[in-house]
Design a protein around this ligand. Structure first.
Ligand code: ZN
Length: 503
């Protein structure tokens, strides 16, 4: 075998062609730049001029939602504490049983006309048989909630008190409003003798909050039965104000994709020992150095297709200057990504993979060095990256072989749903009918939902909770004082009415 080794002396020295010169020494270099500039300017101006709001007016179909009855039903569902727990042994299954019984009592026509299959124990799957064969619609929601033990509540969390036209309850915006919204609509339409064109499934999960497997099981069950999906609608975006920097219109944001999730544990093992004689780089020091490196080297910011689409729809409603920037992402894309990243919070999470240390473990005693230190790093993965690429980058950034990196659980970002075709138009037009002042727009969902299990099998998975939620309302999600104004609830019911009428 001939071995050829390249010696440095054999390598031609790097001869910079341009580096030794300054631009003014080579004016010909400026010719393409000077030629290009007017073109770029003309293109930018033309694009800005054409970048105006798309106005579509839709005549709303009349619906009447019975106020008192709908509210009473909602309260009854909210009062049952269907709290999901990580350890299933801690779950109060009697509440889940009571909830299922309550659904049958409140929505008798639905329970007569639709067939209910319990999947994975407490996952609820209703089939509403359509008039014709064809792709099915799946209306999703989850009926479990997070616990409500912490924080100050103005009313007991499961009392569903209505005061000053506000409903106070755990589950009021996550996610019993969607469960009730779907069922109120189906029940009302059954009362009028309505049958959908194609099959409609109602899929209500019981362990969304603990990323349990009921949704996955439901998808497996339906795929096994040969069901083809035309539209999947689950919780997600809402009708919000101030959701986009520089635009003061209401936005109805529909998630067309969701970020991936990943939990990594970083572990450092060490000899431990007495705290009076520490080494400089002990286990805890190494761990904090790794966490700091991750914090100092954020993932690169970029505009992914769902955010590009959000900007393309919503950016048209900004000032002239903003329109000039948003209309010309071909030129300003990297700048916009940086601006979003610099804003922190939601805008930053829209343009980059985020990582944050959550659970930390170290020494158990004040005067003992940790023999093992560990940190959980919670990561939300931007479309375009994967669990594998993210783990590789984390290892590169930490750059310390003494740190063991293990994956607790991880899921790649979801595929991106289409924003053309009949399913998208149906959602968009139903939004326009119900929220005429709001701009319907695709967006990237930052959290995770049960619908991700459908995404590989359907190109029209949309994540939208059709309720007006102010920043103040949204801030109570998973927190103390969860609430929803009565008017917002009733408006959401109208959305589901109109949607079901067109299935
Ligand atoms: Zn939820």
């Amino acid at each position: 075998m001939r071995r050829s080794r390249v010696r440095f002396s054999q390598v031609a020295p790097f001869t910079p062609v341009l580096a030794a010169h300054y631009p003014w020494e080579m004016p010909w270099l400026l010719i393409p730049v000077v030629l290009f500039l007017p073109f770029a300017l003309v293109i930018a101006i033309l694009r800005t001029r054409a970048f105006v709001p798309r106005t579509v007016t839709v005549e709303p179909s009349p619906v009447s939602v019975p106020r008192q009855k709908s509210l009473r039903n909602f309260q009854q569902l909210l009062r049952i504490p269907t709290v999901s727990r990580l350890d299933e042994a801690d779950v109060d299954w009697q509440s889940f049983d009571a909830f299922i019984d309550k659904l049958a009592a409140l929505y008798p026509k639905t329970h007569e006309a639709l067939t209910l299959t319990r999947v994975n124990g407490y996952g609820l799957l209703y089939r509403w048989k359509g008039n014709h064969a064809g792709p099915a619609t799946v209306l999703m929601a989850h009926y479990d909630t997070v616990p409500a033990e912490d924080g100050d509540w103005p009313h007991p969390p499961f009392s569903a008190t209505i005061e000053d036209d506000i409903i106070w309850s755990r589950g009021a915006i996550d996610d019993k409003e969607c469960v009730a919204g779907v069922l109120e609509a189906v029940e009302a339409h059954l009362g009028k003798g309505f049958t959908p064109n194609h099959d409609v499934y109602l899929a209500f999960g019981n362990n969304e909050e603990t990323t349990g497997d009921s949704a996955r099981e439901i998808v497996a069950y339906l795929r096994n039965a040969g069901v083809v999906f035309g539209l999947v609608l689950d919780e997600g975006g809402a009708v919000v104000d101030g959701g986009f920097p520089g635009v003061d219109k209401s936005l109805a944001v529909v998630g067309i994709a969701e970020k991936g999730t990943l939990d990594l544990v970083l572990t450092v093992n060490d000899a431990g020992g007495h705290a009076s004689t520490p080494e400089r780089l002990n286990a805890t020091m190494r761990l904090s150095r790794a966490i700091t490196r991750l914090g100092d080297n954020p993932f690169p910011a970029s505009i992914t297709p769902p955010v590009r689409q959000l900007i393309d729809v919503v950016g048209r409603h900004g000032s002239v200057l903003m329109r000039a920037v948003f209309a010309n992402l071909w030129l300003f894309g990297p700048l916009v990504a940086r601006l979003f990243a610099a804003k922190g919070g939601e805008p930053a999470a829209m343009v980059r993979t985020t990582n944050v240390a959550t659970v930390l473990r170290g020494s158990a005693a004040a005067n003992v060095l940790a023999a093992q230190s560990s940190a959980n790093i919670n990561i939300r993965i931007l479309p375009g990256e994967t669990v594998n690429t993210v783990v590789a980058r984390v290892a590169r950034v930490i750059n310390d072989s003494a740190i063991e990196i293990s994956i607790v659980k991880g899921e790649d970002p979801s595929p991106i749903s289409r924003t053309n075709g009949p399913a998208w138009r149906l959602i968009e037009n139903t939004i326009r009918e119900t929220f005429p002042d709001a701009v319907p727009s695709p967006y990237l969902m930052l959290g995770a939902s049960d619908s991700r299990s459908f995404a590989p099998y359907c190109d029209a998975v949309y994540r939208f909770s059709p309720f007006r939620m102010t920043a103040e309302v949204r801030a109570t999600l998973h927190g103390a004082g969860e609430h929803l104004p009565v008017e917002a609830y009733l408006e959401g019911l109208a959305f589901y009415r109109r949607l079901v009428a067109q299935l």
